[in-house]
Design a protein around this ligand. Structure first.
Ligand code: F6P
Length: 551
């Protein structure tokens, strides 16, 4: 594959950008009354309206040409087929096998992995039905009422966003908590409100070596044994989700209470695996499988739909357009749905840990921008936080807006107000407000000519701010599964275009290693000649604050 910036379609996009960069979307909408229909795509009840983007049909065709020239379809087929596309770890990336509801064989090193995928799903179903049905009780006979997931990154964020989003489907009396931060406050503030005899701890860690998770797990174990004075009860209150059975056994988890997954599942793509155990305990296995169904439907859409109508591909290529041609540094995800408030946190790891890379597949430094900064908040809150910048700032921020047509909480017409804001914000971002429109408004307010002249410049909105609008009927497990899979495939397609490996994460290792050295330094209340003056200065300031009064 030729270098990205030397591709024919890339060069055509560069030329096209020069022509279109100052075209206003107002003009594009005026020129095509059917623009919404032209630039919309559907998958099930999910609608993607991408008409409020700075594209013409020519732009769109050139972006699709780039996707083809970068062989997105070939890489997609390789991923689904279990090819070792994670080149630096020599592994496949087969999160799609975890939700392969067709049960057609998926081969890894000559083995069909579906039997073991299904075995773990059956184990999750059996275990969750025993816990939720009251057959699995605590050591003193109490029902399990509080599931505490101890994990971080992909062993936390995915299950966490799902449990938050699916609250309406949760079993009454079953609470789920997520502990991830090594900051002792995180675990402490949860243990204050639960009883050990009705707790079930899930230690979720692919490696079972992650520092934060293991410290929290041992602290939780220590709390449990101290409060119950019953070491033998640990086995009934701690289960493990991991690829590392040996380490889990060392911790004291019984083998029958271990839920395995495999190294061809990346952490940030693992919520569909046994890492989803807190979801299953909270919502029940049927709901979890509905979520798998939704993700599988999106997988089939991604796998078989022509690029021009392929929602993950469209989202990905529009992101390339803004990231690499409009120099947008970030991408916002604005869910007009309070249940999705944790979606940006999950998408941050999914996107930024996948595509926050500088070295391409050939080991060379890229000469173009790769992964964007992902951020976001729920609407309508964001309108009172950062929308000023989106409307009148100097930085372009392409954004995804999403909303269910129907709310689960009908309350005095408030969802209709939310919808109105959803529709209005993307309209305002697209059309802006011209000087003439702003002047006309001010003149109706009875302001003096002098005051109008003073305030007028501040009332003008450039507009031409691109957004995608994603709408679906209601937020349920199936739709949520489809949306999460949609973003996984968007990230994958962008990684293909940027010719980077989206499935390793070497960048997270270095800081951890330094932290280990510095922790040893702190234990001896010393500093190190190996450290820079800032690190030593900060450490010494800490000693002064913490221990100064002891001297
Ligand atoms: O952030 C680095 C990382 O390895 C993530 O990729 C992973 O999801 C997280 O740490 C937790 O890893 P583990 O599941 O092995 O504890």
């Amino acid at each position: 594959m030729s270098k990205l910036t030397e591709m024919k379609s890339w060069k055509a996009l560069e030329q096209h950008f020069e022509v279109i960069q100052n075209t206003h979307m107002r003009a594009l909408f005026a020129a095509d009354p059917q623009r919404f229909t032209t630039f919309s795509a559907e998958m099930g009840d999910i609608l993607l309206d991408y008409s409020k983007n700075r594209i013409t049909s020519e732009s769109f065709d050139l972006l699709m040409a780039l996707a083809r020239e970068a062989d997105v379809e070939g890489w997609r087929d390789n991923m689904f087929a279990g090819e070792p596309i994670n080149i630096s770890e020599y592994r496949p990336a087969l999160h799609t096998a975890l939700r392969n509801r067709s049960n057609k064989p998926v081969m890894v090193d000559g083995e069909n992995v579906m039997p073991k995928v299904n075995r773990v799903l059956a184990q999750m179903r059996y275990f969750s039905e025993r816990v939720r049905g009251g057959h699995w009780r605590g050591y003193s006979g109490e029902l399990i009422t509080d599931v505490i997931n101890i994990g971080i990154g992909g062993s936390d964020l995915g299950p966490h966003v799902v449990c938050d989003a699916m609250k309406p489907f949760a079993q009454r009396g079953m609470n789920v908590h997520f502990v991830s931060n090594v900051d002792p406050t995180h675990l402490t503030e949860i243990l204050k409100f639960v009883k050990p005899e009705s707790c079930l701890f899930i230690i979720s860690s692919k490696s079972f070596t992650t520092q934060e998770t293991m410290m929290n797990a041992h602290s939780a174990r220590e709390w449990f044994v101290n409060v119950t004075n019953n070491e033998s009860a640990v086995a009934r209150h701690f289960v493990a989700v991991t690829t590392n059975k040996e380490k889990a056994t060392e911790f004291g988890v019984l083998s029958e209470n271990m839920f395995e997954f495999w190294d061809w599942v990346g952490g940030r793509y693992s919520l569909w695996s046994a890492i989803g155990l807190p979801i299953v305990l909270y919502l029940g296995m049927d709901r979890f499988e509905e979520m798998l169904d939704g993700a599988h439907a999106m997988d089939m859409h991604f796998k078989s739909t022509p690029l021009e109508r392929n929602i993950p591909v469209i989202l990905a290529m529009l992101g390339i357009w803004y990231n690499n041609f409009f120099d947008a540094q970030s991408h916002a995800v604005i869910s007009y749905n309070q249940y999705l408030r944790r979606l940006p946190a999950h998408l941050q790891q999914l996107d930024m840990e996948s595509n926050g890379k500088t070295i391409n597949r050939q080991g060379e430094r890229v000469d173009y921008l790769t992964g964007p900064i992902i951020w976001g908040e729920t609407g309508s809150n964001c309108q009172h936080a950062f929308f000023q910048l989106l409307h009148q700032g100097t930085k372009p921020v392409p954004a995804d807006f999403m909303i269910p047509a129907r709310t689960r909480n009908p309350l005095r017409g408030q969802h209709r107000v939310l919808l109105a804001n959803f529709f209005a914000q993307t309209q305002a971002l697209m059309k802006g407000k011209t000087e003439a429109e702003a002047l006309a408004e001010l003149q109706t307010e009875g302001l003096s000519a002098e005051k109008i002249a003073e305030v007028l410049p501040h009332k003008i909105f450039e507009g031409n701010k691109p957004t995608n609008s994603i709408m679906f009927d209601k937020l349920d497990p199936r739709t949520l599964g489809a949306i999460l899979a949609m973003y996984e495939h968007k990230v994958f397609v962008q990684g293909v275009i940027w010719n980077i490996n989206s499935f390793d994460q070497w960048g997270v290792e270095y800081g951890k290693k330094l932290a280990g050295h510095i922790h040893d330094t702190l234990l001896t209340r010393s500093v190190s000649d190996d450290y820079d003056s800032s690190t030593n200065g900060l450490i010494q300031h800490y000693y002064q604050l913490r221990f100064g009064d002891e001297n």
